[in-house]
Write a protein that binds this ligand. Structure first.
Ligand SMILES: C[S@@+](CC[C@H](N)C(=O)[O-])C[C@H]1O[C@@H](n2cnc3c(N)ncnc32)[C@H](O)[C@@H]1O
Length: 186
């Protein structure tokens, strides 16, 4: 994984405080690097991934064959606006570089809140909009981009209580900037 992807994933995973028996979900897992890292941390729990891209599902399957074979990891081709999970069924959710693809209506945040157990944590990483422009990351599928204020506004409208939302600025190599949010369900 390139440094520009590794550091955001590392920072966001650290904020989940994953325990060995946790049930963990990643939304928008892409090639599946973080799924592999989190399987090692939650070795007594389960890992679930949801991504809408069949190509990414295939890549992540190839990268995580052992965990899938052991029945620890399940991957779904689907959308994070309609998660294929029961209410209150996971302890931790990771969302790295995916929030730009969420509808401004907040459906994906409502889904994340629904599937988290009370006390569960959602960790979100987003590259700051100024760096997104420099990196030319903004494409036809981008629904929204964020700076600190717009992320506070977006997350503040969700079902997560405002006193359970923390957002920090992070600095990446080459002067790029990001935001990491940690949201805890009451
Ligand atoms: C920029 S990649 C990030 C991948 C990975 N999290 C990482 O940090 O490398 C965004 C991923 O989100 C997925 N995605 C985008 N919109 C989605 C949606 N509405 N539902 C599920 N997956 C989605 C894409 O297929 C892609 O794999």
């Amino acid at each position: 994984m390139g440094l520009i992807n590794y550091l955001p994933n590392k920072q966001a995973i650290e904020r989940l405080d994953i325990a060995k028996r946790d049930d963990v979900l990643e939304i928008g897992f892409g090639p599946g690097w973080a799924l592999k890292a989190m399987s090692r941390l939650a070795h007594g729990g389960t890992i679930t991934g949801v991504d809408r891209s069949p190509a990414m599902v295939r890549l992540a399957q190839a990268r995580n064959r052992t965990a899938i074979g052991d029945g620890k990891l399940k991957l779904f081709e689907g959308t994070f606006e309609q998660l294929p999970l029961q209410n209150a069924s996971v302890d931790k959710i990771l969302a790295v570089n995916v929030i730009y693809f969420c509808s401004p209506t907040g459906t994906a945040l409502a889904e994340a809140h629904r599937v988290l157990r009370p006390g569960g944590i959602l960790s979100i990483y987003a590259t700051d909009c100024s760096s997104m422009r420099k990196l030319q990351f903004i494409g036809p599928e981008t629904q929204q981009t964020f700076d600190l204020k717009s992320m506070e506004d977006f997350l503040g409208k969700s079902a997560f209580a405002s006193d359970r939302i923390e957002i920090q600025k992070v600095w990446l190599p080459f002067g790029f900037r990001g935001l990491v949010a940690r949201l805890c369900k009451r």
